[in-house]
Structures are given as C-alpha cells and as structure tokens.
Design a protein around this ligand. Structure first.
Ligand code: GLN
Length: 389
C-alpha cells in the first residue's frame, strides 16, 4: 500500500501555519503566525531590485555570497565585540533560520542521539530532531517567569545526549534567558561535551534584559551553532535568507547537508541583504522602539478582554492564559475566535510535547501595524466579562 513515511507520519502540519491559513480564509485579523504586516525598510527593496538588475541571478557560492558572509561577520563583531567569526570558515548562508536549524541537526547529529529542547518551544525543533533520527528530550520552563529548574535540566542529560536547543529571546513566551541560566546551560555543555544550537532570531528584540549569545561564554564558541536570519530583524520573512555560525569543524557538517538540501539561498536576496546588515545602529533602536510600542498597545487590551498575560521581555509574542474566559480548550477557543470575533491566534498546546500543558493558553503575535493591533483589540473587547452581561 502506498503511504507516507514513518517520519512524516510522526508529526503534524505546523499549527502556526495552519492557523494563519484559517485566518486568511475567514478574513480574521491574524495575530497567529509571526510575520510583519508592514513594509520592510525601503533600502532593502531598492537593494533587491538592484541586485536583480546587476545580474546576481545565478547560484551564489553554496554556503553564501562572499559580501554577505563578510557583512554577517562584521555585524556580529559590531554587536558582540570579542566574538570573532571567520566568514570563510565559520559562516554558512541558508534558506532562513528554518533551514539553518535542520541543516545543523542533520549535519551534526546521528540517529539515536538525544537533543534537549525546552518547552514551551517553537514548534520546528521537535520535527527537526525527528527528521534527523534524533530523539527530543523536553525540559519544562516553569511559569510564571518560565524558569529553568536546574535539577530537571541535569536529569534530562543521559549518556546519549549530544545537544541542546536554546532560543533566547524565546518564542512563544518572550522570555530572555539570564546570564545565570545561560551559565547553567554552558556548564552542562562543557561537562557533557554537548553542542548548543541557538536560535538567535529575536536577538534585536529585547525590551528588558540583555541578549547574551551563548557562543560568547567561556569555552562555548567551539561548541555553539548560532542560527539567525534576516526575517525578524529586517522585516523580510519571505526572503528566506538566514545563516549559521559555528566552528570551522562543525561548519563542515552544516555545509555538507545544506549543499544537498537546497544548494543555496536566493542569490539576489543574499546580495540585497548586505544593505540591511550594514545599517546604522539607529535602525535597530527604531526597530526596538516600534516593537515596544506594539507590545505596550497590545498587552493592556488583552488584559482588558479578560486574558491573563505573560509580559514578554523579548521577541514579539504574548503568551496568555484563557481560563478566566472559557472552559473550552485552547484549540476549540482559538477556532471559535477566528470565526467570532474574528481574531486568529495560536493554541498553546502546539508549543508543548504534552498538550495538556498548553490547554489553557493562547499565543498572540504582535509584529503588526498599530491599526491591526487596535482592530484586534476592538474585536476582542466583546469577550470581556463586562461586555457579556
Ligand atoms: N516564527 C514564526 C512564528 O512562530 C513563524 C515562522 C515560520 O512559520 N516559519 O509564528
């Protein structure tokens, strides 16, 4: 009988992307999938058009056009002085952080290896591990501040553990890992000879605290695989241009897989990306100020509508609790909200290996114009207990 593979059978469609599809079909205001509904910087649009006109239309070097790798190395050194990265031996340009993570796992892990993933998690990491043949081991971040229990983390390490995934600022909670927490992770990595895969895609969206790249902690550069992309920092999620920074030794594995997986990211967009990476510091300040304003507009309206809100310190999501609003579970409630009052979110259970941990939760994404956030707020106001009597 014809059938899909066991690996493909072992996970479902991304709930985030499914919710977005449902929102589009229903004409709902979508605060589901995290992507901007506003334009990217005009410099980037112009650079993309210029790159096509300048005939950058054939394959780039598989692991990335040289000007882009140089720009990534320079930006990394600018924001994280002391973290020196060789653009020829340590940077691989990939099709977004999504490809970066799976190429890194496929290039560096073997079937049967175990990978520690904190939950709630961004939903790609589990399938990435499964496609690699590796086994995800989940460690729960504890509410209200999504704290790591050091004992639970240590207990998750077995003789087969080879890696840990760290995403800070964190999707979906907005947690920014503290230096103490990162030190704990780094200690564990050094002690057990683990690789750390870090998803740093929200590194410029930190409202409280500080983004500390794990690679900059003592002894961590050689064992950290840092993944980032153009998507969130420059509001171009559709470009699919990301990169992986790792030691020369680990980079060999990442590049070998990337070469056969995708050959390369879109060549003209790689050239255009340089225009983003070379922007002045004021760009990042304005980006952050814009997101802070969006956060500060959305959060009170969610609270007024009856959601319990976890205030995000970073990234662009708000995790909420719905128990004051409904007895329905997260999936039923999220589906109902798409239909009436017409706002799409992501059900909390999709961020947990044990769905029951997310049954009373919904995630709101706020990379949206203020008018979009206000439209969502107006619709959600009808949920408020006062509005229901
Ligand atoms: N990071 C985005 C989110 O969590 C989605 C990214 C994607 O779908 N590739 O909504």
């Amino acid at each position: 009988m014809l059938r899909i593979s066991r690996k493909a059978e072992s996970f479902t469609e991304s709930v985030i992307r499914e919710m977005n599809r449902l929102a589009v079909a229903a004409g709902a205001v979508s605060l589901a999938q995290g992507f901007p509904d506003f334009a990217c910087p005009p410099e980037l649009k112009a650079a993309a058009a210029e790159a096509v006109a300048a005939d950058h239309n054939q394959y780039a070097i598989t692991f990335g056009a040289k000007p882009l790798r140089d720009a990534i190395a320079a930006k990394t050194a600018h924001f994280h002085p002391g973290w020196t990265v060789d653009p020829d031996a340590q940077i691989s340009v990939v099709n977004g952080a999504t490809e970066g993570m799976i190429a890194a796992m496929l290039g560096l892990l073997d079937p049967g290896d175990e990978v520690i993933v904190f939950e709630p998690f961004y939903e790609n990491y589990g399938p990435d591990a499964i496609l690699t043949g590796a086994i995800p081991r989940y460690v729960t971040l504890h509410e209200p501040d999504w704290r790591i229990d050091p004992e639970e983390l240590r207990a998750a390490v077995t003789p087969r553990t080879r890696a840990i995934v760290v995403n800070s600022p964190h999707n979906p909670t907005g947690k920014v890992f503290t230096r103490e927490e990162l030190d704990l992770v780094a200690d564990l990595c050094r002690e057990h000879d683990l690789i750390a895969f870090t998803d740093d895609i929200y590194q410029h969206l930190v409202y409280e605290g500080e983004h500390i790249p794990l690679a900059t902690l003592p002894g961590m550069a050689e064992r950290t695989v840092s993944i980032d992309s153009m998507s969130k920092t420059y509001s171009v999620t559709g470009w699919r241009v990301g990169w992986v920074i790792a030691s020369p030794e680990l980079t060999v594995g990442v590049r070998r897989v990337h070469d056969f997986l995708t050959v390369g990211a879109a060549a003209p967009l790689q050239h255009a990306a340089v225009a983003g990476l070379t922007m002045a510091d004021a760009y990042y300040d304005a980006l952050l100020a814009g997101y802070r304003e969006r956060r500060d507009v959305l959060l009170p309206t969610l609270e007024a509508a009856g959601f319990r809100v976890h205030r995000p310190a970073g990234a662009y999501y708000a995790m909420t609790d719905i128990r004051d609003l409904t007895d329905e579970d997260d999936v039923a409630f999220a589906r109902r909200l798409i239909a009436d009052p017409g706002v799409a979110t992501v059900p909390g259970s999709s961020f947990f290996s044990r769905p029951e941990l997310g049954r009373t939760k919904l995630r709101f994404a706020f990379p949206k114009r203020l008018e979009t956030l206000r439209a969502a707020a107006d619709r959600l106001a009808s949920l408020a207990p006062a509005a229901r009597v």
